[in-house]
Design a protein around this ligand. Sequence first.
Ligand SMILES: Cc1cc2nc3c(=O)[nH]c(=O)nc-3n(C[C@H](O)[C@H](O)[C@H](O)COP(=O)(O)OP(=O)(O)OC[C@H]3O[C@@H](n4cnc5c(N)ncnc54)[C@H](O)[C@@H]3O)c2cc1C
Length: 401
Amino acid sequence: MGRIFAAENFGNTTADAVVIGGGIVGASTAFWLSKSGMKVILLEMRDALSSLTTAASVECFRTQFTESDMAELAVESVKMFENFNQVIGYDDTHIGITQRGYLFVTDDSTMLSELESAVNRYHQLGVKDAEFIAGDKLHKRFPFLAPQALAATFNNKDGWLSTHEATYGFAKASDDAVFYTKTKAAGIIVDSKGVAAVETNKGKISTRLVVNCAGPFAAMIGRMAGLEMPLKTVKRQKCYIKVSEDIVPKNAPFMVDLVNHSYWRPEAGGVLCAWVDSDEPETPPSEELPTDWDFAAESIHRVSRLNPFFETIADKIVGSDINVSAGQYVYTPDDKPVIGPSGEIEGFHLNCGYWCGVMMSPAAGKRVADIAAGKMNNKDNPLRYSRFKEGAVQKGSTFLK
Ligand SMILES: Cc1cc2nc3c(=O)[nH]c(=O)nc-3n(C[C@H](O)[C@H](O)[C@H](O)COP(=O)(O)OP(=O)(O)OC[C@H]3O[C@@H](n4cnc5c(N)ncnc54)[C@H](O)[C@@H]3O)c2cc1C
């Protein structure tokens, strides 16, 4: 069973693998490495696991991707979330999986063929439950939508869950693994054979395998090993709004307005809503991200367009009903994560570069472990880091990223 605690000074110790970063991606990676028989140490610099980007997310997962490499990882991950306790082999975890679908809606008639093609693509990629829904059928199924909504893509298998429970589930269900909080990786020692040790504020861990799961700080961890990675960090915010239950449509899905890039979903005691600003500038990795009230006002304004019940919310809310929080998306040159060996420094592996790390975490962690344990050839891994050098970089057309 994985042990989680704030590390005392441990002086010098050893591990088969050191995972840097205790968000959902790091926890899944540590879990799968431990299941392949390795002694694992995970380092988390903050007071608790799942306390930085993972805590800032809206905790959703989806299968609707147009890129085969992303769809493959997402579909496998959703299956794992659906059978989470069985997959991790630990009964006492309640990830609260809610499958009410992702609904991507447009009122722009020029987008209809794009939506239809996207659904055809989902079907080709094995996501057979995805639907194209238009006109009266759309309004019958989702009566809260504004009359001008024309069409949508939908998959009822998509949804949301508790990322905190999932992160701690991975940690608790790990075999020979220790999760040290308040322990910061400060340096990586590389010798002629590759990675040799990780230096921390609590001592040094000798190891020949390090996995970089440091979320927004992944580029900094890369530099510690001598790897300059093409990662960009961009602030993203979300608002939680306390709303009386009778205002929120019953059984609503995660709804995305494809025209103005806003979204919302029900959450206990209210709703979550936000929008993705494609002009948001890059910001350096940070644990202290300022939030702004304009973001809440702008998000409510944007979601109201196709979800008129938000006007009622806007009329009734007071400042204390709104909580805005922020985290950072990490983008690579093709907006897809990097998974597996860095290829440049022996023993230095990656599981980072995510704008969608929650939904990919179960299968991505398994892939890292399978490659490290020799069960999968990295050549068969389309999300390998060397794709950038190989020129195999293709930006996809997935909605809202
Ligand atoms: C507003 C918002 C909404 C989002 N919604 C979704 C969503 O619905 N679905 C989805 O899939 N994704 C979503 N995301 C993205 C998702 O939150 C991230 O992709 C995911 O949480 C990344 O997980 P992680 O474990 O890689 O990163 P983190 O959770 O950031 O974990 C990395 C950890 O590494 C630690 N660390 C860094 N440096 C060091 C060091 N030197 N030593 C020790 N520890 C270190 C950090 O403290 C941190 O805890 C959203 C993000 C935001 C901001």
